[in-house]
Design a protein around this ligand. Structure first.
Ligand SMILES: *Cc1c(COP(=O)(O)O)cnc(C)c1O
Length: 395
């Protein structure tokens, strides 16, 4: 039986990057602030801001660093309470802890999106909102922005895994006060590591630029007005979480690939989703009406299966060459909130827990052909059929 290729293999880095990397290696010009102007990191910031339709961009070492700097740039007091969806990656609450703030976990439903009732109930006493568009699933941003605004709360978008998604025609990451993206290898733009934040707020970007490590007068190499820098110079700590020119060169060469990766990722996802939804045991939640997604993986719920059958499904899929992760079923999954023991006591969130115990995660990168995606879908539906057939044999 044909098996799909390894979904963790990345696309090759475009050839354009190689010439630029060679030039950087030749000159040793790896630090973003050495060149008088137009360093690769600076050019990346300009191009990324333009692509997203944002005024300012700051490239940093990771999306986690971007989230951390966003909180610091918002000047939240120590102990500030930051609402996040309970379905996210451990690095997200970690960035909040790093910024001396306190994450407040909000329930998520079986559509993977934030539970608005619980969100609303937790707004009183909150100081900021960090919306993680986990696995590229967008929560109702109209409702979230309206509720946050009514409470006077800033909104940070964790769009690490959402590049290319739109909401009502607007780019994800431009809806909140700050949007943060990742260049880690499993995201749409791959530099191994890296991240970027975007905003239209001159004061916020000035603070973030300084704290990212623009010491002395290096801020002059950012296209931001001098006035906010004069205000913040020497008043803020330098966390030194900059991006290197090498990483920027890798990302810049991939910017022309974004539209194709988004288009092919969506094609692959929607093809597999249609196949899975034809199975009585598998269910892929629909996108929200205003959302046009840019997935590079697929999430689906197992319907009507016991815990033992869920484990059986994972085994059957693996035998067919497809690695399935049930978010809540492995001992150390970093996306299961009860594993975030660094928070101290984790809250009881029955909705999110129930979802995580049945929600499956399968990588589906844009580089896969439709034929390979059909192999993935067939493996998953036949794995579910095999589990169900065993049940009938016992009954
Ligand atoms: C990958 C990811 C992060 C972390 O990004 P890094 O660049 O690795 O720090 C945060 N949030 C989400 C939703 C992610 O997918």
């Amino acid at each position: 039986m044909a098996k799909p290729s390894n979904p963790h293999h990345s696309e090759p880095i475009p050839a354009a990057a190689r010439a630029e990397v060679e030039r950087l290696l030749e000159t040793g010009d790896l630090f973003r602030y050495t060149a008088a102007e137009d360093a690769p990191v600076t050019l990346l910031e300009r191009e990324f801001a333009e692509m997203m339709g944002a005024k300012y961009a700051l490239a940093v070492a990771s999306c986690s660093a971007a989230l951390f700097l966003s909180l610091k740039a918002l000047d939240l007091p120590r102990g500030a309470r930051v609402l996040i969806p309970a379905f996210t990656f451990a690095a997200v609450p970690s960035s909040i802890v790093h910024a001396d703030c306190v994450p407040v976990l909000v329930e998520c439903g079986d559509t993977y999106r934030i539970d608005l009732e619980d969100f609303e109930a937790k707004l009183d006493g909150a100081d900021a909102v960090m919306i993680s568009h986990m696995r590229g699933h967008t929560s109702d941003m109209d409702a979230i922005m309206a509720l946050a605004e009514a409470h006077g709360l800033p909104v940070i978008e964790d769009a690490a895994h959402s590049l290319g998604t739109t909401w009502g025609g607007r780019n994800i990451g431009t809806l909140g006060h700050v949007g943060c993206f990742s260049f880690q290898s499993y995201k749409l733009l791959n530099a191994g590591e890296g991240g970027v934040l975007i905003t239209d707020d001159a004061d916020l970007i000035a603070r973030a630029v300084i704290m990212s490590g623009a010491y002395e007068h290096n801020w002059k190499k950012h296209p931001v007005l001098a006035e906010p820098f004069a205000r913040w110079q020497n008043k803020l700590p330098l966390y030194n979480t900059r991006l290197s020119n090498l990483s920027a060169a890798l990302v810049r060469a991939q910017l022309p690939e974004v539209a194709r990766r988004v288009r092919d990722g969506r094609r692959n996802h929607d093809h597999v989703a249609a196949c899975l939804n034809a199975s009585p045991w598998l269910s892929v939640p629909d996108p929200l009406a205003k959302e046009v997604r840019a997935p590079d993986s697929i999430q689906f719920n197992l319907v009507g299966l016991s815990d033992a059958e869920v484990a059986g499904f994972v085994d059957e899929a693996r035998d067919r060459g497809v690695a399935v992760q049930v978010f809540g079923a492995s001992a150390d999954n970093a996306r299961a909130f009860w594993n975030w023991q660094f928070l101290g006591e984790t809250p009881d969130l029955p909705k999110t827990r129930a979802m995580l115990m049945r929600a499956c995660d399968v990588r589906l990168p844009a580089r896969l052909s439709v034929e390979e995606c059909t192999l993935v879908a067939d493996a998953l539906t036949s794995a579910a059929d095999a589990v169900a057939a065993r049940r009938r044999a016992v009954a």
